[in-house]
Structures are given as C-alpha cells and as structure tokens.
Design a protein around this ligand. Structure first.
Ligand code: BES
Ligand code: MN
Ligand code: ZN
Length: 456
C-alpha cells in the first residue's frame, strides 16, 4: 500500500488530471478538437470514478479522472483501483484540494485486506509533488496497521498473536515490551483481566510497551484487546457475535497511535497498556452475579458477562495511573450504545478536560478523523451502585449505555487527565478510502494533538 505513493525522483510517469464536470468543460475548450471528440464520444463527464486514457505525443498517455461535483480530497481514494497497474504523476487537480490530503486519500484507496486470499487488487501508483511524503506515509502506515489487526480473524490473531504483534512493534522502534500472562495476572494483582480471560484456550495477558525518555512528558495509552467477544455466559446471538473479531479495535487504535508517536520520535515518555483476553465460554467462565476483586481494591459485582471490556480496562487503567502520566488516553470498542448514538463514522470521546477536548477537536478537523464529545454526566454515576459490592459494572438502567460505561471507567482514573474513546472501529458500508472492514478511529486526531503539543 505505502509503495503506491511514488517519491519525487521517479521519472517517465504518465500525467493524470483530476477533473470536476465544470473543470472538464473549461479544459475541453482549450484542448484540441480531436481530443475533445474522444472525450465526448466516450461520454466522459467528470463524475466521480470515471477514467479515460487519451493519446498524447511521444507515445505517452494523458489520463483524466472524474472527481465529481464539489469534491473533497478523500474522494480520490476511489481511483487507485480503477487506474490499472500504471504509474502517474499528478499533473492537475482543483486548487482547493490539499496535496497532503490527496496523497493520504490515495494511499487509503490502495488498502484492501487480501492477506488471506489469492486475489490481489492491482493499484496504480502516483507521484504528488508538493505533498509532505513523510507525514503522509506515517499516517497511511498507521491506517494499514490498525486495519490489518482488526480484520485478522481471532483464529489467527489470538491473545498470543496479538501480544507478538506488540513485541514486533516494540522491536521496530526500540521499545521495551513485557507481559503478565495467565496465573501471573492473579499473583501481580490483575484479578479482572484474569477473570474475564480465564475460560479461553489462550491465556489472558496484560502487555506493556515502554518507549522514550522518562524525563519527557508522560503519555499513557490503553486499548481494549478482546480478540473475540462471544459475550461470555451472557452469550451474544449470531448476528451480534459475527463482528466480534473487531473487539480488539481499541488495542489496534492505541497501537496505531503509539506507532506514529514512535516513528515521528515525539519527545514524550510513552507507556502503552493492552489487556488482551478472549471472552470465551467454559466451565470456569466468570458468571453474572459473581463478585470479583479489582486491582484498585473495590469489589465489583458482575451483572452481565458481555460487559467484559470495562472490566479488563479497569485493571489496566489502575495500572496506568500508577505511573502518574500527564495524559492518559484509552480506546475501546466498549458499547453498542455508542454506535446507536453516533453511528459508525464518528468517534465518541469523553473527557473532563475542556482544554484537551479543544485541542483534540481542532486537530480532528484538519486530520479528517472526526470525533464527538460525550458527557461524563455525574447524575448517572449512582446507577453503578451495587447492593452487595462496592461497584456494579453495568448500570441499573439500559439508557445512556455508552455514558454509564465511561462513568464506570472514570471510577478507576482518579485525577489523571484522561480521554476515553468508545469507538466502533469498523466501516459497515464502503465509502471512498474506507472499504468494509476494520478502520482506524481517533488515532490521527490524537497523534496530531500530541505532535502540536509536544513536538520541538
Ligand atoms: N464489544 C461489545 C460492544 C460492541 C458491540 C461494540 C457491538 C460495537 C458493536 C461490548 O463488549 C458489549 O458487549 N457491550 C454490551 C454492554 C452491555 C452488556 C451493558 C453492549 O453494548 O450491549
Ligand atoms: Mn461484550
Ligand atoms: Zn466487547
């Protein structure tokens, strides 16, 4: 995918024009009558996705591609799969379209998850002079990384393989990676991660990646790593379960964020905590009505074993704040309610900090990584009270399910500045640059925010 953006040294490339219907008309008036005829005969009108090759001098071709009325940069993601196995340079595009955004959209259009099949889509390669290649490739690499992790099914990406993926990421950037696995989770006081994951074939684990100089501002990332969510004893029905290989989407997005931070060498001290479990069913599965201890010390009443994500996050968040980070950010495919509220395109996030919210939203816009703030509404906090334990892990009312899940997590973060994402992590309908499947949500807004805040 990354090799679809050619560097500036390549020569002998065919020119590519991106045309709206309006710009097409203007151009046809300037070009030769013969060329204009070919365009008309072929009914080329500048609609998004139309492609036409025209002969020009010395055996070269001019390729024109329609980008539709009122295009945005993201639209060109439809083109790489339509332009054949050729190499182009961007010779003309509407002025209003930013070159960096065009380059990133182009690369997003060069992504398909085809690791597990023989079919391989052929993508065209493009050179875009004026694009900041390094920044674009950094982001595109994170897109591929997150999507591949999410799209890989749980029989291939089990708890061991996800841990291995983090070990490899650490090796790539000289980070230290350590894990607490299985029974050791009990010995080292992660009772919730152990309880949720203990029924599975592959053992539950907490993976910790550390990178950078500890004198720098400390950023901690946490990601929900449920490699598959059957719902546990509160088993999901078929349709709802089918998608649940994506329940490590929070981990994928936290790791994608970490990858960009390390690749850009941001001057921060980075700690990433990924609790990894398979929420499976067996004789030793945790049950509704069990009361479990937590790392923080509070006893937790289990109401529904399908609310597993907040449990493993609770222990991971408790561990993360022990380092007293300057900012902690977690990503999780935590509730179906978040998707009901905002749908698949917007990433709902929660924070008590107006100043971080403002910084995040400023970057979300320019990064084309939309986020939407949700309320940590104190009025609902009492819904988490339990008759027999210190806290019940689900609310006594089904309303505002994403809010009450966030309030549960908030009980474990004390005064640490904190942002929580309740993402969907999946594109259910294909749109330009977003094929059906796993998707990154939030990491670009977060990375750009950290880059602006901390880059020297
Ligand atoms: N992983 C799911 C949440 C989810 C479901 C995200 C569908 C995206 C799409 C999570 O573990 C879950 O099952 N949550 C329950 C919580 C409920 C039992 C309180 C939910 O949202 O139904
Ligand atoms: Mn669940
Ligand atoms: Zn889940």
């Amino acid at each position: 995918m990354l090799n679809c953006l050619l560097d500036n040294t390549e020569t002998g490339l065919d020119p590519l024009y991106l045309l709206t219907p309006e710009l097409l008309e203007t151009w046809l008036m300037q070009t030769s009558a013969a060329t204009a005829d070919i365009v008309r005969i072929n009914l080329f009108s500048g609609k998004l996705g139309e492609v036409l090759k025209l002969p020009i001098s010395n055996g070269r071709k001019l390729t024109i591609a329609g980008i539709g009325k009122n295009p945005v940069a993201a639209d060109i993601a439809v083109l790489p799969a339509k332009l054949g196995h050729n190499k182009y340079f961007l010779a003309f595009a509407p002025q209003a379209l930013d070159r960096d955004k065009l380059a990133l959209a182009w690369l997003k259009g060069c992504y398909r998850f085809e690791n597990l099949q023989n079919k391989k889509t052929e993508f065209a390669k493009l050179q875009i002079i004026g694009a900041d290649r390094e920044q674009v490739l950094l982001r595109a690499g994170a897109v591929t990384y997150a999507r591949d992790l999410i799209n890989t099914p749980a029989n291939i990406l089990g708890t061991e393989a996800l841990e291995q993926a983090i070990v490899s990421l650490g090796q790539e950037f000289g980070a230290k990676v350590s894990s607490v696995i299985g029974e050791d989770l009990l010995k080292q006081n992660y009772p919730l991660i152990h309880a949720v994951g203990r029924a599975a074939d592959q053992q539950p684990r907490l993976v910790h990646l550390v990178w950078g100089n500890d004198k720098n501002p400390a950023i901690s990332l946490v990601g929900k790593g449920v490699i598959f969510d059957t719902g546990g004893l509160n088993i999901k029905t078929g349709n709802y379960m089918k998608l649940m290989k994506k329940d490590m989407g929070g981990a994928a997005n936290a790791l994608a964020t970490a990858k960009m931070i390390m690749q850009a060498k941001l001057p921060v001290f980075l700690n990433v905590f990924i609790p990894i479990v398979d929420n499976a069913i067996s004789a030793n599965a945790y049950r509704p009505s069990d009361v479990l201890p937590s790392r923080m010390g509070a006893s937790i009443e289990i109401d529904n074993t399908d609310a597993e994500g907040r449990l493993i996050l609770a222990d991971a968040l408790t561990r993360a704040i022990e380092d007293q980070p300057d900012l902690m950010i977690d990503f999780a495919t935590l509730t179906g309610a978040a998707r009901v509220a905002l749908g698949p395109e917007l990433a709902p996030y929660y924070t008590k900090s107006d100043s971080w919210a403002q910084k995040l939203e400023a970057e979300a816009k320019s990064e084309n990584d939309p986020v939407w703030r949700m309320p940590l509404w104190d009025g609902y906090d009492a819904l988490l009270d339990s008759d027999i334990a210190d806290i019940c892990h689900t609310a006594s009312s089904p309303m505002a399910g994403s809010v009450t899940a966030a309030l549960f997590l908030q009980r474990f973060v004390a005064d640490t500045p904190w942002i929580h994402f309740d993402i969907y992590g999946w594109s259910s309908k294909s749109r330009p640059g977003h094929p059906v499947g796993g998707d990154a949500q939030g990491p670009f807004a977060v990375f750009a925010m950290l880059q602006k805040e901390y880059a020297s």
